[in-house]
Write a protein that binds this ligand. Sequence first.
Ligand code: 9MR
Length: 346
Amino acid sequence: MRFRIFGSIVICVLVGFGAFGVSRWAFKPTLRSLADARGLDFGVSVGGSGLRTDPYGSTTAREFNLVATENALKFEPTHPNPDEYTFDEADTIVEFAEAHGMSVEAHALVWQNQNPDWLMNGDWTRETLMDVLHDHIATVVGRYRGRIKYWVVVNEAMTDEGVLADNFWMQNIGPDYIEWAFRWAHEADPDAVLLYNDFNAEGLNPKSGGVYNLMKDLLAKGVPVHGVGFQTHVYYVWSPPPAEIAANMQRLNDLGLQVQITEMDVRIDQPVPEGALEMQADIFREVLGVCLEAENCTAFSLWGLTDAHSWIPYFYEGWGSALVLDGDYRPKPAYDALIETLEKHK
Ligand code: 9MR
């Protein structure tokens, strides 16, 4: 009898431990589960074709609640000829997001790069180019009305000195191309959150001062701009001081704007030096921490799913390893740092 009772206790304890182990495994937090609990949009930039494959698709849906269209909604892919629009890749991304309960950040309506030749080499007057831009924005934004949470309306329009860049749009339309782009985007989808997005404007410097002044001017004119994206393409040995990023977020909050980390990656020279992955993890940890502590930071996104999908090696020879999963989808120290930071701010 005694033996039977003892045996039952042993079995119960073993079953209990087993269940605990299984439930710990089953409920192992992901970036997505922690971000959901916190109400943060946690994103990754993706391409449409990858989403149809595994583990690209399954990892995206497991770890993120937001997808950013890395290239699919830029001018050239969506509007390759004056009278032709193509939406196959963007449709794939938006449908994937909807099927997996994720939000979409669309990128980008007005930019200097990735524009088709017919646009860049056209013979424009201010009026004819305004018509083209209006039609483009009305068509592209209108197609996804109500299905896209965030639109990057204007991308990278500021110089390092903090004045508007003398780009194609500036030369052919003038500085008001920016306000018209926001007005037309708002007309086409009144519920979308409309963002201005730029790089090297995360901390406090002349460029971020220029972005701040631009936002102030637009708001004073009643232009529907709702937030600023901080791209955050940084290096493992240098990133803007967290206190500066926080101060920049705060001054934009004082204007009533939201902010986001929109394209974060932390590049490392190759081969990866000793200790570099830990330094990279610390930078991801700090920047996410700043976002979580800011009142107005609504989203934090990575620019690519794994090190094998990053733009860095193509643009910076000898650099790479910039994301939080390695090329074989294995979590790096930076992944653990993001999980820990989200857990700390639950
Ligand atoms: O990641 C994008 C890459 O696949 C494209 O070839 C490149 C073209 O310029 O654009 C990359 O994305 C950029 C984004 O659109 C704007 N911010 C900088 C990003 C990295 O270059």
